[in-house]
Ligand binder design. Structure first.
Ligand SMILES: Nc1ncnc2c1ncn2[C@@H]1O[C@H](COP(=O)(O)OP(=O)(O)OP(=O)(O)O)[C@@H](O)[C@H]1O
Ligand SMILES: [Mg+2]
Length: 364
């Protein structure tokens, strides 16, 4: 190892063309001690993770320099006890530990014995890993819980407010007022139901439990149906266009999920975009590609990665979405073995394009 010639950090010999590996090049922290806990080496990542320099550490007792403790405050080194235990003991699995006043570290140890099986412990090699990635996951889970709670609370607050008003002032309200309130309650109840359905989809996607039930699906026919649904709901017919380019292969897909993907993308194009919404279906080498284009502002290149994340919404916040739509769309496309991306549409606006492999029947 650079800086001090201590065992443990010695590079692999490069005889036979093997690459030299320097302990300082390792992404994880590495500390080696003798069986009494005298520190023999500390690599650069370990210096960074512990805040203790090599100079301050080497030659001193690990219990003094790196007093690692578990959640209950127990002294890890004492507990590790290299001299004690069975002679066959060779390693201590990774566990989260703390240094006073510092971030959590994931620490594992290995006993190097001489002879290797059943001999005395010669050295203890300790690895240290940053636990902040794990902490980040936990934080994002906490964020998720608070977002969900918030999203559920606003419609429920309105349901509660209007029902309370209706009950308290029933006699004094006009029919028209009652109607408006009941319509709002109805719409808010739908919103809660939709959010819960979406959350269940998200959880299925995240745990890899999306089940695809394949059948022959006529993709242009599904797109036509989605458009017809929007027109029936009152949108002008000339806002939508469907183009089928070339001969499409037979595709085995999950029809409900394809409807969900198309429905979400068309809804986004209408709600977040502007102008004509064009759906293009075309054959690709191993399946079909579907593009949903609009003529709105599009998605800025720096936001491209973000739009597919859970709960991310740009100006969507003003437009009443929850920001789960595209996360689910991506999950459903990927569950089919496909891919999705977003770019600038030829005439400006956003173009969401996904490809789906032709697939085979479930029983094949
Ligand atoms: N066609 C589009 N044009 C411009 N921006 C878009 C378009 N589609 C999506 N976006 C942006 O991406 C964000 C995330 O979209 P997503 O569908 O995941 O959520 P949402 O539409 O806001 O809510 P939800 O779909 O859950 O009701 C939107 O809030 C919007 O800012
Ligand atoms: Mg959406």
């Amino acid at each position: 190892m650079r800086g001090d010639d201590t065992p443990g950090g010695t590079p692999e010999g490069d005889a036979g063309g093997r690459a030299r590996i320097d302990a300082d090049d390792l992404p994880d922290g590495l500390v080696a001690t003798d069986p009494d806990g005298v520190i023999l080496m500390v690599n650069r990542a370990a210096e960074r993770l512990t805040g203790v320099t090599r100079r301050a550490a080497v030659g001193r007792l690990i219990g003094d320099v790196l007093p690692l403790r578990d959640q209950d405050g127990r002294d890890w080194w004492k507990w590790l006890d290299p001299h004690g235990g069975l002679r066959t003991r060779s390693r201590q699995p990774e566990r989260p530990l703390h240094l006073p006043g510092r971030q959590e570290l994931l620490v594992a140890a290995r006993f190097v014995r001489e002879p290797a099986r059943g001999g005395e412990v010669e050295r203890v090699v300790i690895t240290l890993r940053d636990a902040s990635a794990r902490a980040r996951v936990e934080r994002s889970r906490a964020d998720l819980v608070s977002t969900v709670a918030h999203e559920l609370r606003s419609p429920l607050t309105s349901v509660k407010g209007f029902t309370a008003t209706l009950l308290a002032k029933w006699e004094r309200l006009t029919d028209a007022q009652k109607l408006v309130m009941l319509e709002t309650v109805n719409a808010d109840a739908d919103r809660v139901t939709r959010l819960i359905t979406e959350l269940l989809d998200v959880s299925r996607i995240e745990s890899g439990r999306v089940e695809i039930h394949r059948q022959v699906v006529d993709v242009p026919a599904r797109a036509r149906r989605i458009i017809a649904g929007r027109v029936a709901a009152g949108e002008p017919e000339d806002r939508f266009r469907l183009e089928v380019l070339g001969e499409l292969p037979e595709t085995w897909l999950d029809q409900d999920k394809i409807d969900q993907v198309l429905g979400n993308l068309v809804e986004n194009a209408v709600r977040h975009g502007r102008g004509t919404v064009t759906i293009v279906v075309e054959p690709v080498e191993w399946g079909v590609a579907v593009s949903v284009r609009d003529q709105g502002e599009g998605v800025a290149p720096e936001l491209v990665d973000r739009v597919f994340r859970q709960f991310w919404r740009g100006n969507g916040r003003r437009r009443g979405g929850t920001g789960l739509g595209l996360f689910i769309v991506k999950g459903l496309v990927e569950a089919h073995g496909g891919t999705i991306s977003v770019q600038r549409a030829p005439g400006g606006g956003a173009e969401f394009r996904f490809t789906l492999p032709t697939g085979t029947p479930d029983f094949a």
